[in-house]
Write a protein that binds this ligand. Structure first.
Ligand code: GLU
Length: 384
């Protein structure tokens, strides 16, 4: 080792250092022992120690954990080899309880609560449901509960599945505007060629663009045992990058893998060209079709200019036929377009509650709705 290298303190990547909201994907091959099918309890304890440490440091961590089917097939003593769909769904039902229990116990050691979130494809793909799942996860984070997400394997059928947790974790990261997505894998990154076969194969430290060449590397490299191979990881990187989320692949099987990632562990970073807020706002303003308009009074206009959400009280009129989660234009009383946003109510319900105080809306709607008509995170204001 050269002198200069040995004197250099290990550097923490800014993408990790600056990340406030981090999604960590944990694969089945890490969580369960391949021979016995049992939970790797010791390893999990060190991972949760890392997560608790990050939480104490003020970071928000969301876990996307596989392992339900792997644990369940062991408990149900199902045969080796590929399972039928109904068998894997039964295995997931049994295994998911054990998995949730393990997370609950591990987080309890640190005085933290684990929160189980089971998603099906529509929950991140359909905007109406997307707003719900997003807000629930955000609420959990404000209570400092740690969301532990998995696919709802027991009900998802093959046509409506994510199928692998690499892409699920990227969808979750993009939905909640995470700064960083960590894929804990059984390989420490993306290689130029399969490292077992090609001794000249080199791990890439950083990928700034997903080119054909990068995709071709993914076609061969990787030793992943679980559902996703390197190809689904590259797909995940595309989803994450488009949402402004950096993604990193690193070896998960060592103890305390997140602590290792923070210091010297080798990894491949997929750098996003923009940050999540910019990506989300760009997406909202890029929606060509606004389904309706809402006109707001001067008080609300002032509140929006100060970074507040839009409440029903400041709205004078609504126009158009829109559903929950659609894009609407926000107009001033003289008809000037101030911005756009994703509205939390359909046009019928919005018409009922405009001009009313938030305390009155539940009685008018017959259900307790959201306080905001358009949340500030779901809004883009045009520059003056
Ligand atoms: N959702 C599956 C499980 O919990 C895992 C999918 C994957 O390994 O990517 O078993």
């Amino acid at each position: 080792m050269s002198l200069s290298k040995s004197l250099t303190a290990p550097t923490v990547r800014p993408e990790w250092q600056d990340a406030k909201r981090i999604v960590v994907k944990i694969g089945s091959a890490l969580l369960t022992d391949r021979d016995t099918g049992r939970l790797n309890a010791k390893w999990l304890a060190t991972l949760i120690d890392d997560v608790a440490g990050l939480t104490r440091a003020g970071k928000q961590v969301i876990l996307v954990s596989s392992g339900a089917i792997a644990l369940g097939r062991h408990i149900l003593k199902l045969p080796q080899g590929a399972l039928e769909l109904d068998q894997s769904q039964a295995a997931a039902a049994v295994g998911q309880i054990s998995l949730a229990h393990a997370y609950q116990n591990e987080f309890a050691r640190h005085g933290l609560s684990a929160a189980q979130v089971l998603l099906t494809l529509g929950d991140t793909e359909e905007r109406r449901r997307y707003l719900n799942a997003r807000r629930t996860i955000e609420t959990l984070l404000t209570y400092r509960a740690i969301p532990v997400v998995n696919e709802n394997d027991t009900v998802a059928t093959s046509e409506i599945r994510y199928g692998d947790n690499d892409r699920l974790s990227a969808r979750v990261a993009s939905m909640i505007s995470a700064d960083c997505l960590v894929l804990l894998s059984d390989i420490d990154g993306l290689y130029t060629a399969p490292p077992q076969q090609d001794t000249s194969a080199r791990r890439l430290d950083e990928v700034r663009e997903i080119t054909r060449e990068i995709e071709a590397m993914a076609g061969d490299a990787g030793t992943e045992l679980s559902k996703g191979g390197m190809i689904t990881k590259i797909e995940a990187a595309k989803i994450a990058r488009a949402a402004g989320t950096h993604m990193v692949i690193t070896l998960g099987s060592r103890l305390s893998p997140l602590k290792a990632l923070a210091t010297t562990a080798p990894a491949t970073w997929f750098i996003a060209p923009t940050n999540p807020v910019t990506a989300r706002k760009r997406w909202i303003s890029g929606q060509l079709e606004a389904r309706g308009t809402i006109s707001i009074d001067a008080g609300a206009q002032n509140a929006l200019a100060h970074g507040k959400s839009l409440l029903p009280a400041g709205v004078r009129s609504v126009n158009g036929e829109f559903g929950r989660g659609d894009v609407v234009k926000i107009l001033s009383l003289d008809g000037h377009e101030l911005g756009r946003g994703l509205i939390a109510y359909n046009h019928q319900d919005a018409a009922l509650i405009i001009g009313k105080k938030s305390t009155e809306t539940a009685a008018l709607l017959g259900y307790p709705g959201r306080t905001e008509l358009i949340h500030r995170d779901d809004m883009v204001l045009h520059k003056k």
